[in-house]
Ligand binder design. Structure first.
Ligand code: A3P
Length: 288
């Protein structure tokens, strides 16, 4: 099946052109945020959909109705994508919004209000593996080629959505300027109720034990894999070729061990040290 093959370039980053235009990106960077907005920010494949589900359950007080009946991209639409204006729900309550954009383009708009920002980071080795597999099914991304070639582009930051390193460093650099809650994919794995409790405290919505139980059930990998409103199975085959893999692929920590050769691992560690040396990052992943 043909790739969609349209790319938009913005602030030095390539983005899928069927989802982004100059206008939609400009709109994102000048968006009038409200203090009550809640923005999920991630580099792709870091647990975006998981966080959308968690926040949906937190804000519904554990009622699975919204998560089961509304697609995730409508519950927490992507700020920079073309459909955002129509999708944004104005219910008077907190608006859930998602973005993959780097801090350098989004921070000015965020600094004008005091929305809550939730940044989810994931071991970049697992991000690279997940992103590679996602390229195979997502027709709006380029053909990834071999994993080795893809990893090279990931490390140099020339993949779509730009450099993982720049993304994480940029958003960490906003910690003093914005109201940011930083959490890792690995922490969600290790203790989902604990992470949800901390998120609730950050958002001023302490979850009850029943809410937490429901959240744990509906935000498990198995439940989300089988939920058409979260697993992207509703996306037509011309855009996601579901015969080439599933969006909800494995959902594990450390899958990179199955993919990285010793040589790739050594290269990764060298680039990581060069890029992240001196960065204060609370990360559960180890770099040699
Ligand atoms: P894998 O490809 O490693 O399986 P994003 O939503 O940012 O695109 O991230 C997608 C990744 O998050 C995929 O990783 C997907 O399986 C994983 N994921 C989504 N929901 C999850 C859950 N409930 N538990 C664990 N992993 C989850």
């Amino acid at each position: 099946m043909e790739r969609l093959g349209v790319t938009e370039t913005f602030a030095g980053i390539s983005l899928p052109g069927h989802l982004h235009t100059k206008e939609s990106l400009h709109f994102a960077t000048t968006f009038p945020f409200r203090d009550t907005d809640v923005l999920i920010v991630t580099y792709p494949k870091s647990g975006t959909t998981w966080m959308q589900e968690i926040l949906t359950l937190l804000f519904s007080d554990g009622d699975a109705g919204p998560a089961r009946t509304i697609p995730n991209w409508e519950r927490a639409p992507w700020l920079e994508q073309t459909y955002f204006k129509e999708a944004l729900r104005d219910t008077g309550g907190p608006r859930l919004i998602t973005s993959h954009l780097p801090a350098r383009v989004l921070a000015p708009a965020l600094q004008r209000a005091r929305p809550k920002v939730i940044y989810v980071a994931r071991n970049p080795r697992d991000v690279a593996v997940s992103f590679y597999h996602f390229h195979r099914l997502a027709k709006f991304l380029p053909e990834p080629g071999s994993f080795d070639a893809f990893l090279g582009r990931f490390l140099e930051g020339s993949v779509q959505y730009g450099s993982w390193f720049e993304h994480v460093k940029g958003w960490l650099g906003q910690r003093q300027l914005l109201d940011i809650f930083y959490v890792t994919y690995e922490e969600l794995h290790q203790d989902l109720p604990g992470a949800a409790r901390r998120l609730g405290a950050f958002l001023g919505r302490a979850p009850s034990p029943e809410t937490l139980r429901s959240l744990e059930r509906h935000c498990s990998f198995a439940a989300m894999r089988d939920n058409a409103m979260a697993n992207y199975s509703l996306i037509p085959r011309e855009i996601m070729d579901h015969s080439r893999g599933r969006f909800m692929r494995k959902g594990v920590v450390g899958d990179w061990h199955e993919h990285f050769s010793p040589l790739q691992s050594a290269l990764f560690d060298r680039v990581y040290r060069e890029q992240m040396g001196g960065v204060a990052l609370r990360a559960p992943w180890h770099v040699a």
